[in-house]
Design a protein around this ligand. Sequence first.
Ligand code: PMP
Length: 458
Amino acid sequence: RYQSLGYNRVLEIHKEHLSPVVTAYFQKPLLLHQGHMEWLFDAEGNRYLDFFSGIVTVSVGHCHPKVNAVAQKQLGRLWHTSTVFFHPPMHEYAEKLAALLPEPLKVIFLVNSGSEANELAMLMARAHSNNIDIISFRGAYHGGSPYTLGLTNVGTYKMELPGGTGCQPTMCPDVFRGPWGGSHCRDSPVQTIRKCSCAPDCCQAKDQYIEQFKDTLSTSVAKSIAGFFAEPIQGVNGVVQYPKGFLKEAFELVRARGGVCIADEVQTGFGRLGSQFWGFQTHDVLPDIVTMAKGIGNGFPMAAVVTTPEIAKSLAKRLQYFNTFGGNPMACAIGSAVLEVIKEENLQENSQEVGTYMLLKFAKLRDEFEIVGDVRGKGLMIGIEMVQDKMSRRPLPREEVNQIHEDCKHMGLLVGRGGIFSQTFRIAPSMCITKPEVDFATEVFHSALIQHMERRAK
Ligand code: PMP
């Protein structure tokens, strides 16, 4: 029956019964019927190379055979228990996940979504520090629930109601958009082919951003802080990387005021960044709390908060934590299978190798086209920021970016969008992609840019 539901009928049902607030990327939204690894198929049988993996979520490939087999086996055994009962998949999973984190991060809370994980992390930070204020970057996305909306600093998702009290936005150390100029070129493999006019030391402007951070700290309640949330690389804000050493210094400043540091690994975790399994490791910091979701379950709803025994105890003193679905047998069995697949198929290494290959290929487009302002990222989390011209760095108008996006889709490539002006293309495929697929994607992108330049010239 599902297969026979035609496109027009789907549109009618959507308009009548589904949230009008949810927007689709394309003029004609995609009606997907099937997925296999890095490929998606629509109702008419068209094939798309999925370079956004359901918003950075399908970590090991759509319908991965091993994950599917494990899910089917668990489906026939036990679906649900609630946290009041024990079951082996949960304990096996907890042990496997803890082994991937450095000491003393070993107490795991299993929940169902990134927003829920960050809500819990907010509670933990406040329970442990006895403070209220929590800091997050402008442009950050940490969730869409009322409490986490205080941390999410993207206008599109806010409404004119207080989104969780005690949340303080601070300047995002985004060297491309920030007032001090600079680029992401330092320490990046694309450094050598980047046309960067900055002197090497002004490239990062770390000290200026740290001064801004201190300003936010000193204006918080009684100069005390409950916590500081950061994505190791910002996702929704358009793959924004911070100056080298910024997070390390910021963590020290927060801790000196009694706060705890939270790494939101919802997009960056599970090997996506290639060189390390967790994004925080690329900054050489050790957070007090790590939140994870999306790729953890390859698309199955599951999420986790990992913290230290000390912080877990502070929470336990204040509340009895209960969660109906968190840590359910299906999620835990799937989560274990995902971890096994990442290891067995060397997907972290693949992220590193194929991701770096892709970064270098896209960086060539930046050198060829005036409207490609910046190409950045790490592993399989890449951003391509579109500008009117390289000198002004003014964002390319949204309609023009939309058209390039649309053209990529018509040629069989799905990519994502990000940034406050929706000016950045985001690329974060399943970690199983290959170099020939990257070649295809860069060719498609190249053609879309040529088409765009031709339209502009008319
Ligand atoms: N944190 C980050 C970094 C995210 O990108 C997202 C989702 N875009 C969330 C938290 C919230 O996750 P969820 O949609 O599962 O609630």
